[in-house]
Design a binder for this molecule. Sequence first.
Ligand code: ZN
Length: 297
Amino acid sequence: MPLLHQVVDVLETLYPLRYAQDWDAPGLVVGDLLDPVRRIAFATDPTMAVIRQVVNEDCDLLICHHPLLFRPVHEVAGEDIHGRIITLLSRAHCALWVGHTNADSAYRGVAQAAADAFGLTRQRPLTPIDDPLTVHKVGLGRVGELREPVSLEVFAHTVADALPHTELGVQVAGPLDAMVKSVCVLPGAGDSMFDEVRDSGVDVYVTSDLRHHPATDAMERARYEASLRAHGIEIGRGDDQPRPLLINTPHSAIESLWLNYAMEDVPQAIERATGESVQRPRPIAINTDPWTLSIQE
Ligand SMILES: [Zn+2]
C-alpha cells in the first residue's frame, strides 16, 4: 500500500502548491506521513457530515477543495468545530489534504474541469501562471469558446445541467436572447476579477458568489458601453450587447466538477509513482452548498 507521504508527493505534483495564491495555505492538514493509504474519499468541503461519512467508511485520506482551517485556530480540543473535526480524523487515522487555489490553477484542475463541463474549446487561463515545469497552460480561470454561438438562456441551461442539483440554482444577468460564444469560467467567488474578465473580451462570465454591488456595477457599465458602441463609439470589446453577461453558480457545486477529474487522475498517478494501487474512490454524495431552500415569488 502507498504511504501518506508518497500520496502527498503525488497530489502536490498534480496540484503544485506553488500555484496557490499568497493568502492560501493548501496541502496536508491532518495525517501521519507513514500511515498506509488504501481508501481515498473526495469532497468539496470538509463539513461535519462529510467527516462523519469518511470516518464511518473507514477512509484513510479525505481530499477536499476547501480548507478546514482558514482563519487562526487556537485549540483542537473540540470546543471549536474545527478542533473537533481534527480530533475525529486523527482518531480514525484519516488524513486530510486540501487542494484549494493550487487546484484551481492546475492542469485538469477546478477551472479546467468546469470549462470542459460547459463545452469550452480553445481554453487559456484568465490569469496565466508561468510554469516552466509543465507543458500545460495553467493559471486561474479559463477563457474559451463554445463550438456554436447560443443564446444566453440556452448557455445558462447548459451550465445548470452540468452542475449537481442545489437549492440555490443558477442566476443570470443580461438579455436572455443575447448570443454568446466566448466564455470566461472562474469557479468560486469571482467578483474581484471583473476587470480581467472585461479585458479578456468574453461574451459571458460564469462564476459564483456574485454580490449585489459588484454585479450591478459591472452590468451597468456593460449596458452603458453597449449603448455607446451602438452610436459608433469604440469602447470595451464586443457588439451591441452588454458584455460580459453574467451567470452566477452555486459555489461548491461548480467546484465539485473538479472531483470527477481528481477521482480519475489521483489513483492513476499514485499507481504510476509508487507501483501500488488504492481502492477505486468515490465522491461523498453530500451537497455542501449551505442553502436548503430558495423561494421564488
Ligand atoms: Zn471555493
